[in-house]
Design a binder for this molecule. Sequence first.
Ligand code: EPU
Length: 417
Amino acid sequence: MKRLVIEGQHELSGTIKIGGAKNSVVALIPAAILAEDEATIYNVPAISDVQNLKEITEYLGSDITYQNETIKINNKNSQNREITKEFSTKLRASYYYMGAFLAKYRHVEISFPGGCNIGSRPIDFHLKGFAKMGAKIKQDGDKYIIDAKKLRGAEIFLDVASVGATLNIMLAAIKAEGTTSIYNAAMEPEIVNVAAFLNSMGAKVRGAGTSEIKIKGVSKLGKGIVEVIPDRIEAGTYLMIGSLLGKNLVIEGIIKEHLESVLTKLHEAGADFEIKGTKIIVNKTKKLKPVNVRTLVYPGFPTDLGQPMSTLLTQCDGESLFEETIYENRMRHIKHLNSMGADIKLFDKKAIIRGKTTLKGREVIATDLRAGAAMLVAGMIAEGTTIITNIEHILRGYEKLVGKLSSVGAVIKIDEV
Ligand code: EPU
């Protein structure tokens, strides 16, 4: 078992370079099987989700190399094989093989995906979208068998602007007959990144990044090439850590527009940072003001940064309100924050956070990926030593975590016990 051991309260200075976005690359690798020949993906982050998708790609018979942050996939020998439970449950994003296989083979066999336990996370919008395009879906326990003799363009309205459903329907529609329109589409930057990749292969996706996406089916796709956008969640997490411990800490390689809601909230709290092009220079803020944070779909405050932000709120002088609106179960970190000395009252998906409280190092659990990020921020600012268990969750989303933080002055290591 791996544990993260952090000695808190060390000042951080130097530069942290942001890697490629997890939630982009986990869709780009499954999308790459649509390239008739080679696909190249640059700026690939070194996270365990990528490793798992590499294994799935190999299992499917494609050649894949991963060197110098670049993945090259050649699909000459790829086959349509069942994505068994063993593979599908390793990560949430295995479900993108549904859309990609439907487009490529018109037949998919796959087990229900894995991912963080942060709520019920159904995939009904994905399946309804496929059905609207003419696919027949059978469910046998946890396994889905999806067939489509023909896939036709369709008008699809999403009840919720779901990232996964938008991407999966986009993938399925790439080679469908006619045009598919997705209304109330998710607008996250990761959607734009995947659309750009598909268009580089010759697909015709328009409107990605807005709430209305149109996909005109094409009969053939060619080579694909794309660079993964910077991980706005990784950047946001380090920005929060920098607001608490930074001394001219530089967060490098960001796209400011992707972080607007987070920067606005930190500014409102009085955080000391300056943006210079693709860099943010951040300093420890003497006195942080309390703020109210409500997670929303993009361009709102991202649910994936809600948990680390709640740790920052324990350091604001006064009462902050934190509300999670996307998932039912993203508050499991609160009791661990309280065990470290935070003063947080939880009311279902809302929390009242009273600060400023001194956090004390102790053993806590990363109950899911972003809960782990919340514990990481807490451990970095706590008195004494914090031990975080279940860190496999954290390593799914934060590349070279120990190396990046140690290089700027943190005292942090991974222990194997
Ligand atoms: N939903 C449904 N039915 C569906 C699809 C979604 O009810 O068919 C609900 C979900 O239960 C949730 C809401 O709609 O309440 C939004 O879910 P969405 O589909 O947008 O989330 P996702 O695609 O499963 C991706 C990221 C998440 C991130 C969300 C929101 C991946 C692999 N995962 O999940 O990332 O929180 O979008 O931005 O891209 C993380 O990185 O920690 C993480 C959980």
